[in-house]
Design a protein around this ligand. Structure first.
Ligand SMILES: C[S@@+](CC[C@H](N)C(=O)[O-])C[C@H]1O[C@@H](n2cnc3c(N)ncnc32)[C@H](O)[C@@H]1O
Length: 330
């Protein structure tokens, strides 16, 4: 059984990577114009994933974005414990688990409160699933290697009596998606979904610069260039900017946007990519409370509340059972 699972997983991962890689190459050949982070390939490159962790460790990033995250996670655990006080067991699904550090605060608190907990990390990155599983090693773990867009084909699980399934999108994960796409994904889940968001208030120019600075580091560069490297590009193919990095950061309409510019003409497979071509890479939303409420309304309605000074949750009730309209076909 275990061996079959491993074979299936390897085959799935290979075919999924191939599909995503083909899509990314098609976008690269098409020239600049649309943000390439639409491709989940960004999270499949192990070098890119390492970069993501380095970014989160950088002092400027922490100063601006890491807020009362532990308080937020304890508040989420309390919400679950009160709401499901009559249940003995909880399956906690961690959508976009990353390194699993923040969800661990939730699962450990639920265990401390006497619940039997199964931790179910969901991610497209096998590397992140491995790291998150190690972080939760003392728990009962069922990792799911999957694109969020495909999860509706795996659920519903068979759920034992006395057990409730709770889905969490923790950290800033939903802010990396286009509004309709992530709301459709959330609505495709049968059980209750808790969407967490760190709230960032930008009051003045200094705050704005802080946000930009948070994203100017070697970790982000690794994340951005990771998939290009998989396609055979090299560091020197990209313009080196005045900040000593091979990408640019802008902060517009509440969105962190990054881009790279080709430093030379590059023959890529059968297409010539011209020097000066600009590729938009990431689009990551940094919300204040009202922006987050408006963003998540299509799936969660108005049930949005602050759970600490700097964190909010929105709840999508169980049973919306909505058909996914957008399927990632790259
Ligand atoms: C910004 S990280 C957040 C990590 C973690 N929740 C935290 O807050 O520390 C987003 C995570 O979502 C995963 N991810 C992004 N798009 C995905 C998709 N379409 N399907 C599955 N996983 C995806 C990435 O691999 C990554 O682990």
């Amino acid at each position: 059984m275990q061996a079959n699972f491993i074979i299936w997983r390897t085959l799935w991962q290979k075919s999924q990577s191939r599909k995503l890689l083909t899509g990314l190459k098609r976008q690269l050949k098409g020239g600049g114009g649309q943000p390439l982070n639409d491709s989940a390939f960004w999270y499949l490159s192990d070098e890119g994933v390492d970069g993501l962790f380095e970014l989160e460790q950088s002092e400027d990033y922490k100063k601006t974005f890491i807020t009362d995250i532990t308080k937020d996670m304890l508040a989420i655990a309390e919400y679950i414990a009160v709401k499901y006080a009559g249940k003995s067991n909880i399956i906690f699904t961690d959508w976009g688990c990353g390194n699993g550090q923040i969800s661990r605060v939730v699962t450990q608190d639920l265990i401390r409160r006497g619940f039997g907990v199964t931790y179910m990390p969901v991610d497209i990155s096998e590397k992140e699933l491995q790291i998150a599983s190690a972080e939760h090693k003392s728990e009962n773990i069922k990792p799911v290697l999957c694109l969020f867009e495909n999860l509706k084909d795996i659920f519903p699980l068979s759920v034992p009596k006395d057990t409730v399934v709770v889905h969490g999108f923790l950290g800033g994960t939903v802010g990396n998606f286009k509004k309709q796409k992530i709301n459709d994904i959330i609505k495709s889940v049968k059980e209750e979904v808790i969407v967490h968001m760190p709230i960032v208030e930008i009051k003045n120019e200094r705050d704005r610069c802080g946000v930009i600075k948070g994203y100017e580091n070697k970790g982000t560069e690794k994340f951005i260039l990771g998939p290009f490297k998989v396609c055979g590009f090299r560091d020197e193919d990209f313009v080196l900017n005045e900040n000593g990095l091979r990408y640019k950061v802008r902060f517009e309409n509440g969105m962190i946007k990054t881009s790279v510019t080709l430093a030379k003409n590059i023959e890529f497979e059968d297409v010539m990519l011209n020097k000066g071509t600009v590729y938009d890479i990431t689009e990551s939303r940094k919300f204040n409370f009202n922006q987050f409420r408006e963003f998540i309304a299509p799936s969660c309605g108005s049930d949005v509340k602050m759970i600490s000074k700097t964190g909010a949750i929105a709840i999508c009730p169980a049973g919306i059972n909505y058909k996914l309209q957008i399927i990632n076909d790259k």
